[in-house]
Each structure stands twice: as C-alpha cells, then as structure tokens.
Design a protein around this ligand. Sequence first.
Ligand code: AMP
Length: 121
Amino acid sequence: MNYDNNNIFAKILRGEIPCNKIYEDDFVLSFHDINPQKKIHALVIPKGKYIDLDDFSLNASPDEMVGLLKGINIVAKKLGISTEIGKGYRALSNVSNDGGQEVPHLHFHLFGGEKIGKMVE
Ligand code: AMP
C-alpha cells in the first residue's frame, strides 16, 4: 500500500485543514482529536509520510524515531498528564484494518485527564 497524500492528516500537515494545535517541532505535530473519547484526547503524528507504525519502524530514520517518542513526552507534559508530575495517560496506535485504523497516516492517541479504564473493550 502506498501513502495517500490526500488523507486528512496529510492535509492538516500541509495547512489545508485547520487543527487545534498543541505542539509542533521538526519531527511531530500534535493536536486535539476532533471527536474526543476521554477528557484529554490528543493526537501526535510524525511529519514524515508514514502510513502506520510498521511502515515507520521499517522506514523512518533514527532521528525521526527519537523525535516521535520525545514528541509524545513533550505533549504529555504540555497537557499536564506526564509521570513527571505524578499523572499518567494511555498512548495507543491503531495499525491497519485489523487494528481499527481509520486515517492512514501514523498517529498516536494520548488519552488522559481521568482514569482511562479497560485496555480493550
Ligand atoms: P484511528 O481510528 O486510530 O485512525 O483514529 C483517527 C482519529 O482521527 C479519530 O479519533 C478521529 O476522531 C480523528 N480525526 C479525524 N479527523 C480529524 C481532524 N480533522 N482533526 C482532529 N482529529 C481528527
């Protein structure tokens, strides 16, 4: 499967569609999910064109990998849900059809601000 340049997150990255931005640097963009499932529901996406976590693991550079992981921590801190202040959150990435992925650009969901509950319904 090839990367679809017209997926909604690609459009957000190009500035064609607005987002409620939380954080941006050379490697990641983070914004609030449009349909929050928990009190805090953020998305963290790499700037590179990666379809899902497998694509990223196989093809991203070491800098991009570090950038994404560091970005998740920075966003958690900005949202006040990081372990550094005694809180916590769930980071989750759906991979492809069986994983329930709807948008074909790698993204991590960050759920927090309350007890998140069972891992799988
Ligand atoms: P997934 O099912 O893991 O692919 O999750 C896709 C997520 O993207 C869902 O939680 C949607 O609510 C969210 N989403 C879709 N369009 C937008 C948008 N324009 N801005 C923010 N979040 C979005």
